[in-house]
Design a binder for this molecule. Structure first.
Ligand SMILES: [Zn+2]
Length: 547
């Protein structure tokens, strides 16, 4: 039968008439943009204030997912960047938090720190970084290996983790901004031994000084900011050395009290400097010059610093997005001119959203509140000591993970599983706690309700705690001003996902997709292998047919 079919096929479709399909075509350059802490609804809230050439162009000429979410908890920066680019969750890529307690060293480790490395371009500890904790491949890793390392891969961001984790382990380089008294772009010995000449030249120009020599004013007239609250209010954190969180910000005067070059991170100009550096990198590393795809992973960190300091209702936040919109418009024009329209692929998403500031929303009687984890830790220590005798029962409590003293439990001949269960049950006595899970249960039984599966996707059997709990919607562990993120709820999980350019079919979808679906979509659009541990599925309707 197969032979017959084959011959019938051959008769009706002679080889000469077969349409030319090139399944290995790639864009000249793939640019993966992460906007740190960008909620999906910022697109809607600020839409009427955006220019035609930035976010509106990306959405109008590209493909947008209106309903794409993180599919795990905790929704933090390190895990978020890793998930976008590996197409999988912390359970596989290993970046379970920004910082986590490590049982073997009895210390808290940072997701991109690496004490075996030395800084290149900086002598500060901020240079001792690498992707060694990352246990899954990124889109960039696949590009690099697939092209026999002829395709170049770079990561850049103000934050080291925003540059390192997206680029992956095999990247040509990741560069991040070392603030404090240095104000330079640096890297680590994971990638190279000395900075390229062009990076030294860029650093010598001290562009950060230019940005910090002028005040930060509103970009538009006050009337444009009617989507945000009044400028002077009690729910935002003023810069150090000032008492009011209000425009204009006198940056030259604020610099000394706010960590010198650290200050630029919490202004929109951290994003401007990132774009300046991106252009210098594209020129000097000759990205997109030949037929072999290159990749640039860039993360805009300032949106997150500003979001934390001022919250999602602030004019400062809105101003940062209006400026980013104009800068993206400029960047697109630059790329059109360098590579030709349609020859490059951009995808844009965020590493997490952000919670409404509870002290602000309380005025409107909205849900939410504040949580202090010390309260839980004290209660657990006290109850376990009364029941089983004095001892250091809780080794660490962080990111809603409780780490029990397993040695002590074993020495008392207690069952770890039972103590975990007791602790998980005790946590539920506190009114702010919504749910709790034990490591034994998470490791052995998969499935269950949506939040449980989000916990499991974020759970690493070796790195996570003994008990993990979830706060009620709207509750954050943070100061009374500004905001944070980390929960499994929509305000933290719902992020934009936009695809634009080569390989993209124009359109939109309201279907629910996961953050892990971005990487396989990019792979399919670019003729690249799927990242090794990819658990997502491609967003098929966004992919242009091969030709
Ligand atoms: Zn972040």
């Amino acid at each position: 039968m197969p032979l017959l079919l084959l011959s019938a096929c051959a008769t009706s479709q002679p080889a000469s008439k077969t349409a030319a399909v090139n399944i290995s075509s790639s864009p000249k350059l793939i640019i993966g943009i992460t906007v740190d802490q960008m909620r999906y609804d910022y697109l809607q809230r600020y839409w009427n204030d955006f220019t035609d050439g930035g976010f509106k162009r990306l959405v109008g000429e590209g493909f947008i997912c209106h309903n794409l979410h993180y599919n795990y908890m905790p929704t933090y920066t390190g895990p978020g960047h890793a998930s976008i680019f590996t197409g999988t969750t912390p359970a596989y890529h290993g970046i379970i938090e920004n910082d986590w307690y490590e049982r073997s060293s009895n210390s808290v480790i940072y997701c991109s720190s690496d004490s075996m490395m030395k800084g290149v371009g900086t002598s500060a500890k901020a240079g001792q970084m690498s992707p060694h904790y990352l246990t899954a491949s990124t889109v960039g890793d696949m590009l690099s290996l697939h092209t026999n390392r002829r395709g170049k891969v770079f990561g850049i961001a103000m934050k080291d983790r925003g540059a390192i984790l997206p680029a992956g382990r095999t990247a040509d380089a990741a560069y991040w901004f070392v603030g404090a008294d240095e104000g330079v772009w640096a890297t680590s010995s994971w990638y190279m031994q000395t900075l390229p000449e062009w990076v030294n030249a860029f650093n010598q120009k001290k562009q950060a000084d230019d940005y910090l020599s002028k005040p930060w004013n509103l970009l538009r007239s006050e009337a444009a900011y009617d989507e945000s609250s009044e400028d002077n209010n009690a729910h935002e954190t003023p810069f150090k050395g000032t008492t009011r969180p209000t425009f204009p910000y006198d940056l030259p005067q604020l610099k000394a009290a706010n960590g010198n070059y650290e200050l630029i991170k919490a202004t929109p100009f951290g994003n401007s400097l990132t774009l300046d550096f991106a252009k210098a990198l594209i020129e000097n590393e000759q990205l997109g010059k030949d037929a072999i795809a290159d990749m640039l992973c860039m993360s805009f960190s300032s949106t997150d610093y500003i979001g934390h300091q001022f919250g999602m209702h602030a004019r400062e936040t809105q101003d940062c997005y209006l400026r980013l919109d104009e800068e993206l418009a400029d960047f697109l024009k630059y790329l059109d001119q360098k590579m030709g329209e349609g020859n490059y692929l951009i995808f844009l998403s965020a590493d997490h959203g952000g919670a409404p500031t509870p002290s602000y929303t309380a005025k409107s009687q909205a849900i939410g509140g504040y949580w202090k984890s010390d309260k839980l830790e004290l209660m657990l220590e006290d109850t376990l000591a009364k029941k089983y005798g004095a001892g250091d029962w809780i080794l660490n409590e962080s990111n809603q993970n409780v780490f029990l003293n397993r040695k002590l439990i074993a020495s008392k001949k207690l069952s770890l599983k039972e103590v975990q269960y007791e602790v998980a049950t005790m946590a539920l006595d506190l009114p702010e706690v919504h749910m709790s899970f034990t490591a034994s249960d998470l490791a052995q039984f998969r499935g269950g309700d949506q939040v449980k599966s989000m916990i499991q996707n974020g759970f690493d059997t070796q790195r996570s705690g003994d008990v993990i709990y979830v706060l009620k919607p709207g509750y954050i562990e943070y100061g009374m001003t500004g905001t944070t993120h980390g929960s499994p709820f929509a305000y933290d999980s719902h992020v934009p996902a936009i695809f634009f350019g080569a390989g993209v079919k124009r359109g939109e979808t309201f279907q629910k997709y996961s953050i892990t679906d971005i990487a396989p979509t990019v792979s399919m659009m670019s003729g690249l292998p799927l990242p090794d541990a990819c658990t997502g599925v491609p967003i098929v309707e966004s992919i242009a047919p091969r030709k």
